[in-house]
Design a protein around this ligand. Structure first.
Ligand code: HEC
Ligand code: HEC
Length: 557
């Protein structure tokens, strides 16, 4: 295309052409690909458009290139995508669609101009890292309260609470034509961190496989207990008619329990993502998040060569790009422990750790779960991805050994003798209701507004047991982020956790302090820290100390 042709072509065609120019030269230094020899840098469109163009991502990864470039380059590209400040020239924004991906209720009021961003219904941010960046400004981290997301408000076009706007889910009234307010429009949730995410997702996949294997042995008229990695998920049964009975299943979200008849068993998928446990894979979350927060549509979710949101740009993120973004997140460093070399603190941490066990906190916050049978090799895509996401078998799978020392440190390691990788995340990956319905201190904090639950969720979702690894580095605590201290979080446990909380209440003050001191050690370490268990200067140390009576030990390797 000559410059003249470029000037006279429609912006739409021009952008479309640009988006289709899937060039890889962002990575030449890392990969040695994308050189002139590939022909890609020679693309006249690519070069011409580079001048004066304002895009976050100059060069797009083409499908299948994810299999050709080195893993380190793929992950580095994924990080770029996670940190990219999307512009309208990248295809940022979604003029005609909601954060759910559906068409706007009122297409005569597109999300352009003054309506381009909306802090409540989205698009609400410039980059993923705009929210996920704590501590140390690390991409993939947790977020400040300012980065809370009003989950489910994305079903509105543009929340403005304007009473004159009477269209359902346009901006002020809900599906039942009732006015919404800041509390009922969505559920304000704090930004979680993704450190160690690959290990977590693989735990969930192995647990799903275990639950499904048990399910497959339940004969008509019988029931069986559901156990995965030693954790009970209640009981599954079949009626005399062969129908699936899931009322005895615990800790799984409703989508995992749906059955449409005797030949359609519930999937029992353990969904570790979203604090309400709705999402089974980082990939699925990523496809959703790019659209919701940034108006960037992936081809696998929205189609190839289609302009789903009416911004004039197609193919905003390729399958290869989503794979890169997924692998960046799933290979992030794991959280560690910081235990200062101070005898008073060491004593408190040791006591706190044991007290934590004694008062049954591990009933939900299971200190460690084992990955077995090579499940420390992360496989992308997940076999449990729903439609709208790349699924197993649609293309080659990519495998990454999560323990690989060339990935960001610190990492977990294989226990050679037991052939397991212990994942000390302090969770059971189950949903629990730990709220007290009579406690009104944190209204809205508790759950989804009830009418939303009824219409959107078909049942009350409790929340996943918070992974406590890294918790001491998060700016806020609990799914709503309303707590600034770990102590507040503990004191807010009720419902299913009531006995445990009462046991905490009954402890003498110094024991309570010891529990807090233990939790304070669960930190995300500064980038580049090699060892997972370190002292206050981030130097390796062993734990528990040699002279402590051993109950259970975690050694620095
Ligand atoms: C406006 C702030 C914000 C932006 C921007 C944002 N996130 Fe998040 N993210 C959150 C919040 C809040 C949660 C917790 C959601 C929940 O619990 O329902 C979350 C959760 C997640 C999770 C699941 C983690 C977990 O613990 O369950 C993943 C994965 C994720 N985000 C990836 C992304 C990606 C990829 C992007 C960019 C495309 C992105 N996020 C952009 C705020 C944000
Ligand atoms: C019945 C299950 C259960 C038990 C028992 C339990 N917890 Fe929790 N815990 C949870 C759930 C669920 C959350 C997430 C709550 C939320 O996000 O709203 C949580 C969150 C937390 C958090 C907040 C972490 C963060 O950064 O947001 C801390 C700290 C915590 N628990 C500590 C404890 C301690 C200490 C005990 C023992 C006294 C305990 N928990 C017992 C289920 C449990």
């Amino acid at each position: 295309m000559s410059l003249e042709e470029f000037r006279t072509s429609t912006p739409r065609r021009r952008r479309f052409a640009a988006a289709l120019t899937l060039v890889l030269s962002a990575l030449p230094a890392l990969t040695g690909v994308g050189t002139a020899q590939d022909g890609v840098l020679e693309s006249p469109i690519g070069r011409e458009l580079a001048i004066g163009r304002e895009v976050a991502i100059q060069h797009h990864l083409r499908d299948d290139e994810e299999f050709r470039i080195p893993l380190a380059a793929l992950i580095a590209y994924g990080k770029q995508l996670f940190c990219a400040n999307w512009t309208d020239q990248d295809g940022g924004g979604r003029p005609l669609t909601k954060g759910t991906g559906k068409q706007l209720t009122n297409v005569t009021a597109p999300l352009t101009g003054a309506r381009s961003f909306n802090r409540i219904s989205g698009p609400d941010a410039n980059s993923c890292a705009g929210c996920h960046n704590a501590p140390y400004g690390m991409a993939g981290g947790a977020g400040d309260i300012v980065s809370n997301v009003f989950v489910l408000a994305q079903r509105f076009d543009f929340v403005d609470f304007d009473r004159r706007n009477g269209l359902a889910t346009a901006g002020a009234v809900d599906e039942r034509n009732r006015l919404v307010d800041l509390e009922s429009v969505g559920n304000s949730r704090a930004t979680t961190h993704l450190f160690g995410a690959g290990y977590i997702e693989m735990l969930a996949r192995q647990m799903t496989a275990e639950l499904q294997a048990i399910r497959n042995t339940v004969s008509v008229g019988h029931a069986r207990p559901l156990l995965a990695k030693g954790i009970s998920f209640g009981t599954i049964a079949r009626t005399a008619d062969g129908l699936w009975e899931t009322s005895g299943v615990t800790g799984l979200p409703w989508p995992s329990l749906v059955s449409h008849g005797s030949n359609d068993p519930p999937t029992l998928i353990v969904r570790p993502w979203h604090q309400a446990g709705n999402v089974s894979s980082i990939r699925e979350f990523t496809n959703t998040a790019y659209n919701q927060h940034h108006g960037i549509q992936s081809t696998e979710r929205f189609g190839v060569d289609t302009d789903a949101d009416g911004d004039g740009i197609a193919n905003e993120l390729s399958r290869a790009a989503i794979t890169a973004a997924t692998l960046f997140q799933t290979t992030l460093q794991v959280p560690g422990r910081v235990i200062p070399r101070d005898p008073a603190v060491e004593r408190a941490v040791l006591l706190g750790e044991r007290t934590f066990e004694r008062i049954a906190c591990p009933a939900c916050h299971v200190p460690s779960l084992p990955l077995t049978e090579d499940a420390w090799v992360f496989v992308e895509p997940s076999p449990y991805n729903p439609p709208g996401n790349l699924r197993s078998g649609e293309t080659r799978s990519l495998r990454v050994d999560l323990n690989d020392k060339s990935l960001p440190a610190p990492r977990l390691s294989l226990n050679e003798r037991r052939r397991v990788v212990d994942v000390p995340a302090y969770t059971d990956l189950k949903l629990h209701d730990i709220t007290d319905p009579s406690d009104n201190r944190y209204r809205g904090a508790r759950h989804e507004p009830r009418h939303v639950v009824a219409e959107v969720h078909r049942g009350q979702p409790p929340v996943l047991t918070k992974r406590l690894w890294g918790a001491a580095s998060a700016p806020t605590h609990f799914h709503h982020g309303l707590f600034t201290t770990l102590r507040q979080a503990i004191l807010a446990h009720a419902g299913e956790a009531l006995a445990s909380r009462r046991a905490f209440d009954a402890l003498p003050a110094d024991r309570q302090d010891a529990v807090i001191e233990f939790l304070k050690t669960l930190q995300v370490l500064p980038p580049g820290t090699k060892d997972r268990i370190v002292d206050e200067r981030f130097r390796a140390r062993s734990w528990p100390p040699m002279d402590a009576p051993a109950e259970h030990s975690e050694g620095a390797k």
